[in-house]
Design a protein around this ligand. Structure first.
Ligand code: FPP
Length: 239
């Protein structure tokens, strides 16, 4: 655990709850899908800015396990945009030296999307720049349930002593096991909730709520968030 103190805050891992696509579209009297389409463009800008700014990992909440409750046509629109994004942006992500990680129960998505995700991840696996972690069919409670099941299975198989279960044993079984510790969560559009995002990982993360609607988020907004993070004093429970 870092000791805090006078050292400047180092920002390795940012996660974003990309909220406000629907309101962005409504303000313009456009259908909601246009808000999601504009949100996809903001994803592109934010990934390239994060890479240029030397961030190690950027986690994006693209589809939550609760988003299935939206009207079927909106779910279909979001899945359509994801298909389009994976096919259209793959070469650009590769050029930008991006590596892809996937969080959540993404293998339960449509089989063609699962295949595209697998292919994208393997094509980008040799890259050494920004890690983009897409949270797809992700819920923080579901992630913890899956980790607990894995721990129980290891204990039952005699591979793990229940008394030896500690925070590290849990972290190793979370979807984020290969990512650096989470430093900052940004939620756009003025809502102030975590909405089942990175519940374990947010224990000591800074939370930043900005009024910007997600489709309007860009490099300047990311730089503003990084500057706000730099002004926070992180104590990790110390004084
Ligand atoms: C919230 O806006 C956003 C989402 C539910 C999904 C995020 C999706 C994207 C940014 C586009 C696709 C991304 C990729 C990576 C292909 P909302 O609909 O809840 O907005 P509202 O609260 O204003 O209604």
């Amino acid at each position: 655990m870092p000791g805090g103190g006078d050292s400047p805050a180092v920002l390795r891992h940012i996660a974003i709850i990309m909220d406000g696509n629907g309101r962005w579209a409504k303000k313009r009297m456009l259908p909601r899908v246009e808000g999601h389409r504009a949100g996809m463009k903001a994803v592109r800008k934010t990934i390239s800015a994060a890479g240029e700014l030397g961030i190690e990992a950027l986690t994006l909440y693209a589809f939550s396990s609760e988003n299935w409750r939206r009207p079927a046509n909106e779910v279909a629109d979001l899945m359509g945009l994801l298909r389009f994004y994976l096919r259209r942006e793959l070469a650009e992500l590769d050029r930008n030296n991006v590596r892809l990680e996937l969080l959540g129960d993404w293998r339960a998505l449509d089989s063609d999307i699962v295949a595209d995700l697998d292919a994208a991840r393997s094509r980008l696996s040799g890259n050494s720049g920004l890690i983009v972690a897409l949270a797809l069919n992700y819920g923080g409670q579901d992630e913890l349930v899956r980790a607990v099941r894995a721990i129980a299975a290891d204990a039952k198989a005699g591979m793990l002593d229940p008394n030896a279960i500690d925070a590290a044993a849990i972290e190793q079984r979370l979807d984020t096991a290969s990512l650096p510790p989470l430093d900052l969560i940004i939620r756009t559009s003025g809502e102030e909730r975590l909405s089942n995002f990175l519940l374990w990982q947010s224990a000591y993360a800074e939370l930043l709520f900005v009024d910007t609607l997600w489709p309007d988020f860009d490099r300047a907004a990311l730089e503003g968030a990084i500057a706000a993070f730099g002004r926070r004093e992180r104590r990790y429970g110390g004084r």
